[in-house]
Design a binder for this molecule. Structure first.
Ligand SMILES: Cc1cc2nc3c(=O)[nH]c(=O)nc-3n(C[C@H](O)[C@H](O)[C@H](O)COP(=O)(O)OP(=O)(O)OC[C@H]3O[C@@H](n4cnc5c(N)ncnc54)[C@H](O)[C@@H]3O)c2cc1C
Length: 400
């Protein structure tokens, strides 16, 4: 008897994880990627504890840890006051096997997974295979047959567009400049954690360490064009605002990131194809991987005949609600706390964060939210239903 076949569109982190989950569920997968080879642009770099727990069955976590950097502490700072609040994820060992964030570029997860796919027969990968429509038609005109299609083709998803699904947004569109430098910021800034949210009345930023680089994310104002923000002048000015007397800085990467807080009308899609979030909580890729684990396992169960299609629809709706209620709210809150427009409001937000960090119960509650353990707990019963077991907290205690 032949196994069911699923076409997964897009070999980003979400498409790769969805392929691995489907293959583990006994489904043959054709993974189609438009690019001629794996895109290695600089994008997500933070894997949250809950995501690492979910990735464990796919034998990728050890290799990710080898290629990345463990960051148990994340901090809120003020440019002038220094450290305001520190959170140590080490306090969560009772609910996660990975009590740290892993700073590791997303393409490394894809590299590791593609390498695994190359050594087994369930997943066939085709590069240079751009899909035009959900039917699935390739840009070359070739038409492919499958029992189901997963659209993990990113924010500009051709599959979503071909289905004419709404992609409603909030009313704002933000831009961020991301700069990376090999300059050792930790040598110059006192108590610098690997993950720092830095508040400032003039220009707040997020400063993250990855293996070998420091990466800074700054807001771009309405009056500044993309070209101006990307210029050497802007890069040097912004980096000198972190460490004053060291110019010129070597800039390893620079990119503009546009944010639309959007969620697709129906989550028949996964990852950025379904929802794009503000990058401040580092939850876009993480939320997409959570989609891939729950919906990939659900789709496999339906195709094997172990579960009704109504359950897949229910699980997709749950993921949609989590994308709206959890990821969007958390990242939006984070943005507000860093960028409050008046000084008093900003100080109040920092004071709130300091009080939270000083109270072990409040700090724990906040870390359960920020580490996405609450997000996984909120879908624990549905994960159980499709045979995925995770460590989690009591679902009744989780407020989203
Ligand atoms: C600067 C920056 C920093 C970020 N930091 C974080 C972070 O720290 N943590 C976090 O969780 N998220 C972060 N994000 C968000 C994260 O990068 C995305 O949420 C993530 O890439 C989504 O993965 P995906 O697989 O859904 O889509 P993508 O990564 O966009 O992958 C989609 C894939 O589909 C392919 N494709 C597109 N169209 C087609 C087609 N028609 N046919 C076939 N293939 C196609 C593309 O080539 C691509 O390989 C960040 C984003 C940026 C830009």
């Amino acid at each position: 008897m032949t196994s069911p076949r699923v076409i997964v569109v897009g070999a980003g982190p979400v498409g790769c994880v969805a392929s691995a989950v489907l293959a583990a569920g006994g489904i043959d997968v054709t993974l189609l990627e438009a690019a001629p080879q794996l895109p290695r642009e600089l994008r997500a770099s933070t894997f949250h504890p809950a995501t690492l727990d979910l990735l464990e069955p796919f034998a990728v976590v050890d290799e990710l840890l080898r290629r990345g950097l463990m960051a148990p502490i994340f901090a809120y700072r003020d440019r002038r006051q220094g450290v305001v609040a520190e959170f140590d994820l080490g306090a969560l060992t009772d609910v996660t096997n990975h009590p740290y964030r892993l700073q590791c570029e997303q393409f490394k997860l894809c590299e590791i997974m593609l390498d695994i796919f190359g050594r087994q027969r369930r997943v066939t990968v085709r590069f240079g295979a751009e899909v035009d429509a959900a039917s699935v038609v390739l840009a070359s005109g070739e038409r492919l047959e499958a029992d189901a299609v997963v659209a993990a083709d990113g924010a500009a998803s051709a599959v979503r567009k071909s289905l004419d699904l709404a992609f409603d947004g909030m009313t704002y569109e933000d831009r961020y400049l991301v700069l990376s430098t090999p300059f050792d910021m930790a040598a110059r800034l006192d108590r610098l954690a690997a993950v720092n949210y830095i508040s400032d009345p003039d220009e707040w930023l997020v400063l993250l360490r990855t293996a070998g680089l420091w990466r800074a994310l700054f807001p771009v104002g309405e009056g500044e064009s993309d070209d101006q923000a990307l210029s050497d002048r802007s890069a040097q000015r912004r980096l000198a605002g972190i460490v004053a007397d060291h110019e010129p800085f070597e800039v390893a990467h620079r990119t503009i990131y546009r944010v639309h807080q959007r969620v697709a009308e129906r989550l028949v899609l996964m990852g950025d194809a379904a929802h794009i979030n503000n990058p401040l909580g580092g939850m876009g890729m993480n939320g997409g991987i959570h989609d891939a684990v729950l919906l990939g396992a659900s789709m496999a169960a339906v195709l094997r005949g172990d579960m009704g299609a109504d359950r897949l629809a229910h699980h997709a709706e749950l993921r949609r609600r989590l994308a709206i209620d959890y990821v969007r709210r958390h990242t939006h809150e984070n943005a507000e706390s860093l960028a409050a427009p008046d000084g008093a409001a900003r100080q109040r937000a920092l004071d709130r964060m300091a009080a939270r960090a000083a109270d072990p119960a409040e700090a724990r509650a906040y870390m359960l939210q920020a580490s996405m353990i609450n997000a996984v707990t909120a879908m624990r019963d549905e994960l159980d239903e499709v045979g995925v077991s995770v460590r989690s907290v009591d679902r009744n205690t989780v407020s989203l």
